[in-house]
Design a protein around this ligand. Structure first.
Ligand code: KIV
Length: 264
């Protein structure tokens, strides 16, 4: 049985921090679950770190379904969240429910995440009414990068902080079971976390949130020359891979590979 959304509420109520992480394919999700992550996000950040786009905007429903399926196939216990991609939920509530339903039915995830505050509150309410658990996403909302004009810290002025809190309260009221807060100052994120009764999962939003989420490639050092300020690089896997492949290339070129033991 996979972790349920009730379990995350209990962790939050008991004051236990919730570790969440992204994964996008069979192999990465296997390692993430084995390492003890109870909640895995198949984020539309796959548009950048897997598909090589420069934002999440081009990601499609088919991209999401395919990657959610890979993650679901290699995990047993983790709760899998599928991101609803740009324009899959903004046009109408019917569209939103149909597309969220596809992520659950075809992808196999247990809940979905979408970006926005009061503008999506009614959509969240409808989705929850038909049995789809929804995680909200406020602060920096990468699908609106063309509107925001870049990836920068949100909620800095007191009026922005108030709007953020109002949005968070509205989507909680609409039925969101948890909310991601991205790139919000630590002080404002802690204030929002304290005022809400559902778990608040931070990314670049300080230690006062109920949990933390990070992108697989960021904390493992998979992308050379790119490291967001909020990501601690726990390993330099990109360099390890490159060094290993260089050794393979020189072994092949010098006829050191394969050895007799590796031959038939
Ligand atoms: O797509 C994603 O990876 C996300 C996280 C940054 C929260 O939405």
């Amino acid at each position: 049985m996979r972790y349920s959304i009730r379990r995350f509420q209990k962790m939050r109520d008991d004051g236990k921090p919730i570790p969440m992480m992204t994964a996008y394919d069979y192999t990465s999700a296997y390692a993430v679950e084995k390492a003890g992550v109870p909640i895995i996000l198949v984020g539309d950040s796959l548009g950048q770190v897997v598909l090589g786009h420069d934002s999440t905007v081009p990601v499609t429903m088919d991209d999401m379904i395919r990657h959610i399926q890979m993650v679901v196939r290699s995990t047993e216990k983790a709760h899998i969240i599928g991101d609803l991609p740009f324009m899959s939920y903004q046009i109408s509530n019917e569209d939103a429910i149909r597309n969220a339903g596809r992520l659950l039915k075809e992808g196999g995830c247990q809940s979905v995440k979408l970006e926005g505050g009061s503008s999506v509150a009614k959509t969240i309410k409808k989705m929850v009414q038909v049995g789809i658990p929804v995680m909200g996403h406020l602060g920096l909302t990468p699908q609106s990068v063309n509107q925001i004009g870049g990836y920068r810290v949100q909620g800095r002025s007191s009026s922005e902080a108030k709007t953020l809190l109002d949005d968070a309260l509205e989507i909680q009221e609409a039925g969101a079971y948890a909310i991601v807060l991205e790139l919000v100052s630590a002080e404002v994120a802690e204030m929002v976390t304290d005022k809400l009764s559902v778990p608040v999962i931070g990314i670049g939003s300080g230690v006062g949130c109920s949990g933390q989420v990070q992108v697989f490639h960021d904390i493992l050092g998979l992308i050379p020359n790119f490291s967001p300020k909020h990501a601690r690089r726990y390993a330099e896997v990109g360099t390890i891979i490159q060094n290993a492949v260089e050794s393979y290339v020189s072994d092949v070129m010098d006829r050191r590979f394969p050895s007799p033991e590796e031959s038939f």
